[in-house]
Design a protein around this ligand. Structure first.
Ligand SMILES: *Cc1c(COP(=O)(O)O)cnc(C)c1O
Length: 358
């Protein structure tokens, strides 16, 4: 099989569905969807690559369709929801750099995506900030990282950073490495899921020149693991780039033990390590996509009995009001005394482990 390794993805990007007229002729929007498309102002933009669109069935409840099609729930803002659910604004140290955790910083390399996920928590940023990345913004962030040696990892995110051309992306990595030769890169991109043709052999080779570099992607449902997306992953892995997955727990998409078990096992089969399963952030207009946190605990507890430790993601939430990321682990600890810690295993049976004093 001949693998195309040239500009195709750019054509596909330019042909994404962004308005009603772009959809295939035989495709019917539901009345609610049609209404949403008409409210032009004050809505989170739409973009759907034809490839990703083709994975969805015509069913309104389809787990793929729910991720790209706006629903009436987007018009609802709950009082617990905000435009900056992670409280990132106070941690912006340059125009595009967020320094929230001591040893990690996050660079917003792009303000656009191939696909706008309906559960996006940076929707406000993406709606209000679209502008092209400029040289000065890169330099300013690079200088900050040079002056803050406590930063060990740079997360390159956005938007989707891999929407940038290879040469621009290469320049970005080069500048950061020039200022900080020891920096570890993490590139957060949903391209392997929504536009796998973006992950060309040349991009994979380019990325492999900047090791240590990790790719963090976001598969949310086993239907997303297609032949094309598996090929994209194997190009990365084949070039020695470790790939991790961060899923978001989503209502009527993956809030089921069986679906998550299949997703995580299939990710491992593609040599991708399931890293986080995120509780939905309290972003305005996303309540219909969230799963109650208590349900999340139940799912995680049962998931652990079905899949291996390697396949298990860690359940986590970004606490509202800037509390940061915390792990949501159901505690097995029942009681701690001077002599023992008492645990309860998943079946409810109690065990004791001694507290040893040196
Ligand atoms: C999630 C996040 C990180 C990375 O957190 P890890 O737990 O190391 O994956 C870093 N910076 C910001 C602002 C984040 O939101």
């Amino acid at each position: 099989m001949v693998e195309s390794d040239t500009g195709d993805w750019k054509k596909q990007l330019s042909e994404c569905y962004r308005s009603v007229a772009d959809f295939p002729e035989n495709f019917k929007l539901s009345p609610l969807e049609a209404k949403y498309f008409k409210t032009e102002s004050d809505r989170f933009q739409i973009s759907i690559p034809e490839y990703y669109f083709s994975l969805a069935s015509t069913n309104d409840d389809d787990p793929i369709r729910r991720q790209f099609m706006p629903q009436s729930g987007e018009q609802i803002t709950l009082s617990c929801e905000t435009d900056d659910p992670l409280g990132e604004t106070p941690h912006k140290v340059t125009q595009r750099l967020i320094h929230r955790y001591r040893d990690r910083a996050l660079f917003l390399a792009s303000d656009t995506c191939a696909m706008y996920c309906r559960h996006c928590f940076r929707r406000d940023y993406l709606s209000t900030n679209p502008s092209a990345l400029n040289k000065k913004e890169i330099e300013n962030a690079a200088k900050y990282i040079r002056d803050h040696l406590e930063i060990k990892e740079l997360i390159i995110s956005g938007g989707d950073p891999l929407i940038l051309d290879d040469s621009i992306f290469e320049n970005l990595l080069t500048v950061f490495r020039d200022y900080r030769p020891d920096i570890i890169f993490r590139v957060a991109s949903r391209m392997p899921v929504v536009l796998p043709s973006r992950i060309t052999n040349s991009l994979s080779r380019l990325l492999s020149r900047f090791k240590p570099l990790f790719i963090i992607t976001q598969f949310n449902h086993p239907k997303e693991l297609t032949i094309s997306s598996r090929q994209a992953l194997s190009r990365l892995v084949g070039n020695g780039i470790p790939v991790f997955n961060q899923s978001v727990l989503l209502n009527s998409v993956n809030d089921s033990v069986d679906i998550l078990a299949e997703l995580c096992q299939e990710l491992l089969r593609a040599s991708v390590k399931p890293y986080y399963l995120f509780q939905g952030d309290l972003a305005a207009g996303t309540s219909h996509m969230r799963v109650p946190i208590i349900r999340g605990f139940e799912i995680m507890k049962e998931l652990r009995t079905k899949i291996s430790g390697l396949a298990m993601p860690v359940y986590a939430v970004d606490l509202p009001g800037g509390g940061g990321k915390i792990l949501l682990t159901e505690s097995y600890i029942q009681k701690i005394t001077d002599t023992e810690v008492i645990f309860k295993d998943p079946s409810g049976k109690e065990y004791s482990y001694p507290v040893e004093t040196p």
